[in-house]
Ligand binder design. Structure first.
Ligand code: SAM
Length: 232
């Protein structure tokens, strides 16, 4: 393991302070600047893609879902609204408190949604589907394998992950500071090669199902649905 402990403390502190203010606005509907608006639109496309996949399966009310690194509940709330039983957690108390407030406003019945503060690597239990959107950006590739292996161990049928893909174009954009604009607006951001993520998933017994790519000017997210490979 590399410096995950330090990275984690930095991420946690960030999402309990300036990061909380920034991301709560981006993941909200109030006024934001152009870059934040672009990221808001891109992120919502990622959420809509995943909710769309799950709704089209037609079994949402029968399945349990873990939303690991749930942020302000952008995914968990619509999934609970659509009838899924959702356990959502995040390392930042502030993000979870905001998610609670939003859930109380958005859901008539909050009993399907449990929100908790915690490191996703301390998550326990078994869930039909484990989802982890836009969190791998906080993990260096060396540590991603352990994190994904843990999430895989909780997933009975399916694991859905999204990450910023490491492509030449994105590497160039990141270098010229366009992808994560402005100094000190974010923590370190790690991109991942899709082949590395696919290999980690395969090593944990998962095969790729549906895939999608969300790209706007400032937001890039590759979404992979990985399903447990049936035993021969
Ligand atoms: N998944 C949410 C979404 O798509 O709306 C939030 C994405 S936000 C970019 C990243 C979130 O991951 C933050 O809320 C942060 O606190 C959380 N996070 C980062 N590392 C984490 C960890 N090790 N365990 C749990 N949450 C974590």
């Amino acid at each position: 393991m590399t410096n995950t402990i330090d990275d984690k403390t930095i991420v946690k502190d960030y999402f309990n302070a300036t990061g909380f203010d920034r991301w709560r606005r981006i993941y909200g509907d109030g006024e934001v600047n152009k870059v934040q608006q672009d990221i808001r639109v891109g992120h919502q496309m990622t959420i809509d893609t995943v909710v769309g996949w799950l709704e089209s399966d037609g079994n949402l009310s029968q399945i349990s879902i873990a939303d690991a690194g749930c942020g302000v509940g952008s995914l968990s709330i619509p999934l609970a609204k659509a009838g899924a039983t959702v356990y959502a957690s995040d390392i930042s108390e502030k993000m979870v408190a905001e998610a609670r407030e939003r859930a109380e406003k958005a859901l008539e019945d909050t009993s399907k949604l449990t929100l908790a503060v915690g490191d996703l690597e301390a998550l326990t239990g078994k869930y039909h589907t484990v989802i982890c959107l836009d969190v791998l950006i906080h993990y260096p590739t060396e540590d991603a394998a352990e994190m994904i292996a843990h999430l895989a161990s909780l997933a009975e049928s399916r694991l859905i992950l999204s990450f910023a893909p490491k492509t030449c174009l994105l590497t160039v954009l990141k270098k010229i500071g366009e992808f994560f604009p402005g100094p000190s607006k974010t923590t370190r951001a790690y991109q991942h090669k899709e082949k590395d993520i696919v290999k980690i998933l395969a090593d944990n017994g998962f095969t790729i199902g549906r895939t999608s790519m969300t790209s706007t000017r400032f937001y890039y997210s590759r979404i992979l649905e990985a399903v447990r490979t049936p035993a021969e």
